[in-house]
Design a binder for this molecule. Structure first.
Ligand SMILES: [Zn+2]
Length: 77
């Protein structure tokens, strides 16, 4: 029955659509994963004293600026 060309017309379009949706979903998942990973691992801080932008890998409320040692509060995100 799968080899029957009349049933092929009915099951091929939904299967093709599912494969396409799955492919697009996997593509976007693989694309957004690196940014999500880096977001989980650290936070970007901008020093209010010298303007230096730096990354703090720990989830802490405050982080010390590597350039001028000024302690900055965590950014809202
Ligand atoms: Zn600084």
């Amino acid at each position: 029955m799968i080899g029957d060309s009349s049933s092929l017309v009915f099951w091929l379009p939904p299967v093709f659509a599912l494969v396409t949706i799955l492919g697009v979903w996997l593509y976007y998942e693989s694309r957004k994963d690196p940014s999500r990973e880096s977001h989980q691992h650290g936070r970007l801080y901008q020093c209010v004293n010298c303007g230096c932008v730096y990354d703090e890998p720990r989830q802490v409320p405050m982080a010390r600026c590597p350039r001028c040692d000024h302690i900055n509060e965590a950014p809202l995100d």
